[in-house]
Design a protein around this ligand. Structure first.
Ligand code: PSU
Ligand code: MN
Length: 310
């Protein structure tokens, strides 16, 4: 790994499917913690720019990953970011529909799975996202397991996230991650981070570190043994913005019931559940948790990329 450029790939389904396209008034608390935030822009575009800035501020090079007019890309111009953020019909691209999107000259956001593929193709080792996909609740009935997990096991990328999305069956997700042999490293925590929700008191991570340098040394050791398998770094949502377990769990139950009654299935499930959850909280609370963790993850990913490059 030595001598490589410190590049950080950034996932883009969060832009096309996870955040408002319009500007939103955010709290004084959020703005004080993120003085560079541009409130005049749509939230998804402002977030994309804030993550790119966080990577640059740490000395690394940001590369937002997406498909633009049928081309898989790592690194978008401001213009391309604006187009992607404004599109209302951009597909959510995972491994199964990437080829179709390219053949049909579509532009879309890439999931963790598709971002891992495009990062690998571009020689990028580190990427940052919000929450990874995993095993959905009710998997015994639906068999809905995100392509993210197998993609992480088969692409040599280190992914910084705030853990699996709290809407998932987290215990089953951690079992599959273990079955696939993917190392999980808690950043300053031994309790499992759950995306916008505070870490779980019940689910533990056995490997924990306190610095980006330690993450880089574990990743290098792992890749010398298993050069084709990814690494998961879980950093909790910043505590000032994370949702409490009780509040979140009640809202997740309601979101799952709504999804069942509307017959939501397949790739639409994750965006639907997250959108229902966002509505369940007073407008900006979960949104700010999501934004805060995305920016913090981009910053940590940049710092890890710097250590891997030296
Ligand atoms: N962030 C969001 N909404 C999303 C996702 C992220 O706010 O839908 C995406 C991520 O890109 C993740 C994917 O890789 O959800 C997992 O979806 P699925 O369970 O369909 O594989
Ligand atoms: Mn699925």
């Amino acid at each position: 790994m030595s001598g490589t450029q410190p590049i950080v790939a950034l996932e883009s389904t969060v832009l096309t499917h996870g955040l408002p396209r319009e500007p939103r008034k955010l709290s004084a608390k959020f703005l004080a913690a993120h003085p560079e935030w541009d409130e005049s822009l749509g939230v998804n575009l402002a977030l994309a720019l804030a993550c790119e800035d966080a990577v640059r501020a740490a000395g690394a090079v940001p590369a937002t990953v997406a498909v633009i007019d049928g081309e898989p890309r790592a690194g978008l111009s401001r213009d391309e970011l604006e187009r992607l953020a404004a599109a209302t019909d951009a597909p959510k691209l995972s491994l199964a529909n990437l080829g179709y999107a390219c053949a049909n000259r579509q532009s879309g956001g890439t999931t963790v799975a598709a971002t891992a593929l495009i990062a690998k193709a571009n020689g990028i080792r580190v990427f940052s996202t919000g929450g990874i996909g995993g095993v959905h609740r009710g998997w015994g009935r639906t068999l809905d397991i995100s392509a993210d997990l197998n993609a992480i096991a088969t692409h040599p990328v280190l992914i910084v996230s705030a853990g699996p999305k709290a809407i998932l069956d987290l215990s089953a997700t951690m079992e599959v991650i273990e079955t696939l042999g993917i190392p999980t490293i808690g950043m300053g925590t031994r309790s499992l981070p759950r995306f916008t929700v505070e870490p779980s008191p019940e689910l533990k991570i056995s490997e924990s570190v306190d610095s980006a340098a330690q993450v880089a040394s574990v990743a290098n050791a792992h890749w010398s043994l298993r050069p084709d398998c990814g690494v998961l770094v879980f950093q909790p949502c910043p505590a000032a913005f994370a949702l409490g377990s009780g509040d979140a769990e009640a809202a997740i139950e309601r979101a799952l019931a709504e999804a069942a009654s509307r017959g939501i299935r397949g790739a639409a499930t994750t965006p639907f559940l997250l959108a229902q959850l966002a509505q369940a909280f007073d407008g900006t609370r979960i949104l700010e948790a999501n934004l805060a963790l995305l920016i913090a993850n981009a910053r940590l990913a940049a710092s890890i990329a710097m250590h891997l490059a030296t």
